[in-house]
Design a protein around this ligand. Structure first.
Ligand code: SRM
Ligand code: SF4
Length: 559
């Protein structure tokens, strides 16, 4: 049955009449207000911008709180030259309140931008060969890519494919260059090659890695490619579809979902298969209800076999469904890594990806100096960290000296901190129900105490926290997911995900205050350390004993 105009969600109507994502953004820029119209706010996302209010700040006098903007870059694989990183650094300093925020998808966000500065900011990132086109909105967003930790040339080939996917699925409307870069109007009402007139029903996320190495949380993406290689050359991909994190508490029809494996295809099938999957989402995704519009619901409602057939028919390519998938590991990248060519990579741990200076810990200045003086490129990580690439010994010593003199610890963090994540949340995120980033240092310190108490650091659990159930810090694929549930600092606790990120956990506790969490985890860790098999990780232990046993155990926790 086809959808009628009146059943479509409001955003669908806004996209349709937007004339290629233009709306009245250009007029809005000149209207003297600090914000944009409701319709344009939706369209701004396709340009990489969110209109926000600082939720900490009080309204000025009788008036409304001031609007400001968050800008997110489109940075495939998080790869930045020194010049490009320094441009972000400068923009954060000059326009973004002196800070940058690395994201869980290898990108950079600036917060607190003012409307009158937006054009200057966009023009500066364009000057250094960057963009924010399609970093948000109902399109293919930033493509994430495995980190090239050891300088293995296979990862260089991987970069080629993630860049290819990013470029191929970039929307074609020239609204971005016209509005922000003052280009002349080129194609007012173009029908997009992939996206048609109304783009996708919802956001679409892609990750690329090598089969067997899941540093990108492949199973949390709408579409994932895990490359195989023969004789040092990528020869094909395992193709995954239908992962995603967002849900709404107490609405069981919304849920996080781990991606399914469709099968393996040879390397030259990449674009036809990717196109078939994206266009299947375009055509079968729910455009009436945005809470049911992601690709994962097409998979859940119609089934994996149905979807596989649909993709095969569209691409005219069959999947190899018998080739065995290698077991997953998650590569470690912190500290100095000596590569076969004698050069070094250095993985810097950054708590929650927030780069700013505080007294005694001048992280922003240190990174800026390290990048400026060594001139090396960096790769941002899906865990909100940064990898400095290809340093010779002189550059390595220079970097060490700079970090040391700015109070930055260059040691590898312990196993608990290494992959821990928290989303942005308050004060900028409009959807936040609770704190996340700002509370996380305290929360992880409490968990660290328990991990040490039970001597579990060699297999410390993967912990992730978010300020609402949208899942921006990927809490559902963590071994311990702490998910904002209600004002007043109440969280749902998810257990049952695993370290390799191949499945999602489920809620075992509701409306927990953070002061109560240690008592619950103490009980769970005591059980795990007593009953576990040698070296058994928390997620694997729960899978073996059954989540119901843990639920029953936690239900008896004294607070
Ligand atoms: Fe996210 C919305 C921040 C990764 C699922 N996300 C938001 C917004 C834009 C809030 C809003 O709509 O007003 C947040 C901006 C906060 C702020 O002030 O900066 C926000 N998301 C982030 C980032 C910055 C979190 C971080 O701490 O790093 C991540 C940026 C990634 C990037 O560079 O592109 C971020 N968001 C994710 C992820 C993780 C991932 O993709 O690996 C997810 C879960 C996976 C998924 O998409 O299913 C995620 N964000 C969401 C959702 C729920 C979508 C859904 O299907 O229900 C929303 C809400 C929405 O879209 O309506 C959301
Ligand atoms: Fe905001 Fe929720 Fe995403 Fe955190 S998980 S950044 S609170 S939308």
């Amino acid at each position: 049955m086809s959808t009628t105009q009146s059943e479509l969600s409001e955003v669908e109507l806004i996209k349709e009449k937007s004339e290629g994502l233009r709306g009245t953004i250009a007029e809005g820029l000149a209207d003297g207000n600090d914000g944009f119209s409701e319709d344009d706010k939706q369209l701004l996302k396709f340009h990489g911008l969110y209109q926000q209010k600082n939720r900490d700040k009080k309204a000025d006098g009788e008036g409304e709180k001031k609007n400001s903007f968050m800008l997110r870059g489109r940075i495939p694989g998080g790869r930045l030259t020194a010049e490009q990183y320094l441009a972000w650094d400068y923009l954060g300093e000059r326009f973004g309140g002196g800070a940058l925020r690395l994201t869980t998808r290898q990108s950079v966000q600036l917060h607190g931008l003012l409307k009158e500065d937006l054009k200057s900011v966009m023009q500066e990132i364009h000057r250094v060969g960057l963009t924010s086109v399609g970093a948000c909105g109902d399109v293919v967003r930033n493509v994430t890519e495995a980190l090239n930790i050891t300088g293995n040339p296979l990862y260089g080939q991987l970069s080629y494919f993630s860049q290819l996917l990013s470029d191929y699925f970039k929307y074609e409307s020239t609204s971005y260059v016209e509005i922000w870069l003052d280009d002349v109007q080129q194609n007012p009402v173009k029908q997009e090659r992939i996206y048609g007139k109304t783009y996708l029903p919802r956001k679409f996320k892609i990750a690329v890695c090598l089969a067997g190495e899941n540093g990108v949380d492949l199973y949390a993406n709408d579409m994932g490619f895990a490359a195989t290689a023969v004789n040092g050359k990528i020869d094909g991909f395992f193709v995954f579809v239908g992962g995603g994190g967002g849900m709404t508490h107490n609405k069981p029809e919304t849920f996080p979902r781990a991606a399914d494996l469709l099968g393996w295809v040879p390397v030259d099938a990449l674009l036809p298969i990717a196109t078939a999957i994206v266009t299947a989402h375009r055509d079968f995704g729910d455009r009436t209800n945005r809470k049911h519009a992601r690709l994962k619901y097409v998979l859940a409602d119609r089934g994996v076999q149905w979807f596989r057939n649909e993709v095969e028919t569209r691409a005219k390519i069959s999947f190899d469904t018998v080739r065995p998938l290698p077991a997953w590991k998650v590569p470690e990248y912190h500290g100095f890594i000596k590569k076969p060519d004698g050069k070094y990579n250095f993985g810097l741990y950054i708590m929650n990806g927030r780069i700013k200076d505080i007294p005694g810990y001048r992280l922003k200045t240190a990174i800026q100096l390290a990048v400026a003086r060594t001139g090396v490129s960096v790769q941002l990580t899906p865990d909100q960290d940064m990898l400095f690439l290809d340093m010779d010994d002189k550059q390595r010593l220079e970097l060490l000296h700079i970090f040391k003199s700015h109070g930055i610890n260059t040691n590898r963090p312990n196993a608990l901190y290494r992959r821990a994540l928290a989303c942005v949340s308050l004060p900028t995120c409009a959807l936040a129900l609770t704190e996340s980033e700002r509370y996380f240092p305290h929360v992880i310190r409490d968990i660290n105490r328990l991990v040490e108490k039970y001597n579990l650091m060699d297999r410390a659990p993967l912990v992730r926290m978010t300020g609402c159930p949208n899942g921006c810090g990927r809490p559902y694929s963590a071994e311990i997911g702490i998910v904002g549930q209600q004002n007043g600092g109440k969280y749902a606790i998810f257990l049952g995900g695993n370290y390799a990120g191949t499945k999602v956990g489920e809620a075992v506790l509701q409306k927990v205050q953070m002061t109560e969490l240690p008592a619950h985890l103490d009980k769970a860790f005591a059980f795990w350390s007593k009953e576990s098999q040698p070296k058994e990780r928390f997620g694997d232990f729960i899978a073996r004993v059954g989540i119901d046993k843990i639920k029953a155990l936690l239900a008896t926790t004294d607070k």
